[in-house]
Design a protein. Structure first.
Length: 300
């Protein structure tokens, strides 16, 4: 009797294979964790990959200091539940040390400043592989990524200098000062992630569900009001029922009007959406090549 795997089972098996390959090849991997749905799914897959043992590498969060409190609480609770090592590095430390300069004005964000904190952490901890939750359907620069994304001695990404990946063969060869970013969810879509969360009954932060929040409108999107935000002339704070489709720094993460309060309602909502989840990210709107420019400098 032939057993046919479902689409989600195939994606799960592919991701688990990649986790195990990295654990076998590299000496000091780490899982980048933001408290967002993609990094939560990665943790779930890593647990499956190494069950009944513990996840054999730490979780690491580059904290801008401007994150959603709900995501930070979820991060800490999950690490405690898993008895996992959680490494937190602060963008504020990079600012205090004079390594980066904080932006000023209503559109200031610490999102770009994460690059320096991340690269310093890689050097400090001697990391050689970093799991990221990037997916090829998110954005055109993401679509160029391999599963094993080579980074040079400066942490930079050259999309024209990546290794071929044929027949699930991954080339992890690197020089002493180089490292890899690894993307186990590369072939997943936003819909795949949500259907997998539903099928596996994975817990996620409350901000992904409909809730009442103070917001203001800018460049055709709603941003959550917080002490880190400065309004421009003409902008007004409103109270809306919203939810997050993606989670990051509050200064550049948009929210969408929504009444979806269950995973099933979120899936229905996404199936009818005509804007990608990163369509609500202000950092991607700074230029047509914003994501690719950041990645070339060492971004996630």
């Amino acid at each position: 009797m032939t057993y046919a795997m479902t689409h989600l089972q195939q994606l799960e098996a592919e991701s688990i294979y990649i986790f195990r390959e990295v654990a076998a090849i590299f000496e000091k991997p780490v899982l980048l964790f933001s408290g967002g749905k993609d990094s939560i799914v990665m943790v779930h897959l890593a647990r499956k990959a190494f069950y009944p043992g513990k996840i054999p590498f730490p979780m690491m969060h580059i904290d801008t200091g401007h994150n959603f409190p709900e995501a930070l609480k979820f991060r800490d609770d999950l690490a405690k539940e898993l008895d996992a090592e959680l490494i937190v590095r602060l963008v504020q430390d990079s600012i205090d040390q004079g390594k980066v300069e904080e932006e000023k004005g209503p559109r200031a964000s610490r999102n770009f400043l994460q690059i320096t904190t991340l690269l310093d952490s890689i050097k400090e901890l001697k990391l050689d592989a970093l799991f990221g939750g990037g997916r090829r359907d998110e954005e055109k620069a993401r679509a160029k990524e391999r599963f094993f994304s080579h980074r040079d001695e400066f942490g930079q990404w050259d999309p024209k200098n990546q290794r071929p990946e044929l027949w699930n063969l991954y080339n992890g060869h690197k020089a002493q000062s180089e490292h890899f970013r690894v993307f186990p969810l590369s072939n997943w879509t936003e819909m795949d992630v949500w259907q997998y969360i539903a099928e596996e009954n994975i817990a996620i932060p409350s901000i992904y569900f409909s809730h009442v929040r103070e917001v203001f409108q800018r460049d055709g999107m709603y941003l959550a009001m917080s002490p880190h935000m400065e309004l421009e002339p003409g902008e007004e704070v409103e109270t809306k029922r919203v939810r997050c489709r993606t989670v990051g720094d509050m200064t550049c993460t948009g929210v969408v009007e929504s009444s979806a309060s269950t995973i099933e309602e979120i899936i229905t909502e996404i199936s009818a959406a005509r804007v990608t989840e990163r369509g609500g990210r202000a950092d991607d709107k700074r230029s047509q090549a914003a994501m690719e420019d950041r990645k070339k400098q060492g971004y996630f």
